[in-house]
Design a protein around this ligand. Structure first.
Ligand code: AMP
Ligand code: ZN
Length: 480
């Protein structure tokens, strides 16, 4: 029997599931208020251009925000910029500069690199140095509640044994690190070796670099963990929906963020904690101190497009490690070329078989289901390539269903709206112009003016367009 109601679209049926580090299970996700996902993503420390490892994490977060929107929610994302920390101060004092001199150009590079990789803008990029008041307030609340103390060295520490939940994110208990056990540590002024600094007493070099502020506990500067807690709660309230970062942030950074925030408010700090795995080079984590970093500048120099790098990153699940290699990038360059050719072909097509609409609907559903299942981008990518193969076969058959073309364009736009893997065209050429030249060539051939038709082919080839005459007309694609 035919149903008398229209089946709901896949987005209305969407059940988004995400792996939550807090529960260690894949849990159903819905924003607390039912409409807007409030998420915080730990941003870069701006003393060096972010490397591709950092960008793997930021791309995972971009995938997350785009998937959440595909599911029908709004997203309010905050990404902090850590513009005061040990490394920044060291860089500034080595060069006789202030921390702002060091960080300002790097912030610009970060935004340019992010734009190059098509990472969507977050709703806010607060800087730590512009939120010192909020940080001091948070320390004051923790002092009032007896969860923090000022030590002999003048710094203020969080007392982890006065917060019951300490260790719940990183599962300290199962890792056999007892917070109460004193480990040998230089920092004798702390009550407990694992207590961490909320507010660091200013040293001479902090003052010189412009990295010291007044506080009720004297001149000093915020600890790194404190920055994120204060800015997250300032922009997202006491409880947010999702907090993200790379896996190396689980402990101590995120554990300490939880302690400070929940220690001050008594409310759960984040409902979901999502962490992306590392990018490796030659088997080790890409990291500045290992000396194996590559940057967006390197990608651009080597002619690796944003589309190709996104393809490379999204071809592995975000919770698996990923090794950067020239071969893998090469394969991604080839892969996105196929996507680009297909997009061009769809843009130029005027009609197709009705089956194309079915192929498109199936691709859209498969890709969305994969993404909603803990961001399975590799599976979504597979659905996209299967779609391209099947749709190309449909387009090879002559058809005049314009609706089917529209459906295919929509499906491609929907899937690509999340993955964003269609390479940019060269600046001068566009599909319409190429189509016009092909039409002129067709006319020339009909007139048997082969000199003219050859000249047009040559002109197209010079512009990097390869053409192929077949039984259903002429196809073209962009050569390398
Ligand atoms: P940082 O600037 O060091 O604070 O790092 C910014 C973000 O990049 C954090 O979420 C880190 O967890 C993440 N990150 C650092 N190294 C890597 C790596 N090799 N692969 C993936 N993510 C990383
Ligand atoms: Zn953070």
């Amino acid at each position: 029997m035919t149903p008398f109601y229209a089946p709901p679209s896949f987005t209305r049926m969407a059940e988004v599931r995400l792996y939550n580090t807090l529960t260690r299970t894949v849990d159903r996700f819905v924003p607390a208020d039912g409409t807007t996902v409030r998420m915080y993503t730990c941003g870069p420390t701006v003393y060096n251009p972010a490397h591709l490892g950092n960008f793997r994490t930021f791309l995972f977060e971009d995938l997350l925000r785009r998937t959440l929107r595909l599911a029908g929610w709004q997203v309010h994302q905050i990404m902090n910029l850590t513009d005061v920390d040990d490394k920044i101060i060291k860089r500034a004092s080595d060069r006789g500069l202030t921390i702002t001199d060091v960080t300002e150009p790097i912030v610009d590079t970060f935004h340019a690199d992010r734009a190059f990789l098509r990472i969507e803008d977050a709703e806010g990029y607060p800087k730590a140095t512009e939120h010192i008041d909020e940080m001091i307030d948070l320390v004051a609340r923790l002092m009032d509640r007896g969860a923090a103390y000022q030590a002999e060295d003048g710094s203020v520490y969080f007392a982890i044994d006065r917060f019951d939940g300490y260790g719940k994110l990183s599962r300290l208990d199962t890792r056999q690190i007892r917070p109460g056990a004193r480990v040998s540590h230089d920092d004798y002024s702390k009550e407990n070796a694992q207590d961490f600094a909320l507010w660091k007493a200013a040293k001479e070099e902090d003052e010189k670099a412009g990295a010291a502020w007044n506080s009720p506990w004297g001149r000093g500067r915020p600890g790194w963990h404190l920055e994120c807690s204060a800015m997250a709660m300032r922009y997202l309230g006491a409880t947010m929906d999702i907090h993200c970062g790379g896996v190396d942030l689980v402990f101590p950074h995120h554990e300490d963020e939880i302690a400070q925030s929940e220690g001050a408010t008594g409310a759960p700090f984040s409902r979901f904690w999502c962490h992306g795995e590392f990018l490796l080079t030659d088997g080790s984590k890409m990291a500045k101190r290992v000396g194996n970093v590559a940057t967006v500048a390197d990608l651009r120099e080597q002619g690796v497009s944003a589309a190709a790098f996104r393809h490379f990153v999204f071809s592995t699940h975000y919770r698996k490690q990923l090794n950067l290699s020239a071969e893998a990038l090469e394969a991604s360059i080839e892969g996105v070329r196929r996507v680009g050719d297909f997009a061009d072909r769809l843009a130029a097509a005027t009609g197709a078989t009705p089956e194309l609409a079915e192929v498109a609907a199936e691709a859209e559903r498969e890709a969305a289901e994969a993404l909603f299942d803990d961001l399975n981008a590799p599976l979504a990518m597979g659905a996209l390539f299967k779609f391209i193969k099947r749709a190309n076969a449909e387009l090879d058959r002559a058809g005049n269903d314009a609706g089917a073309i529209a459906a295919a364009r929509n499906a491609l736009a929907g899937i690509n709206g999340v993955l964003d893997v269609i390479p940019d065209h060269g600046p001068a050429d566009d599909a319409g112009e190429i189509e016009a030249m092909l039409a002129e060539r067709r006319d020339a051939r009909e007139r048997r003016d082969f000199a003219r038709s050859d000249a047009i082919r040559k002109e197209l080839e010079d512009r990097g367009i390869a053409i192929e005459d077949g039984p259903t007309g002429t196809r073209w694609k962009r050569a390398r």
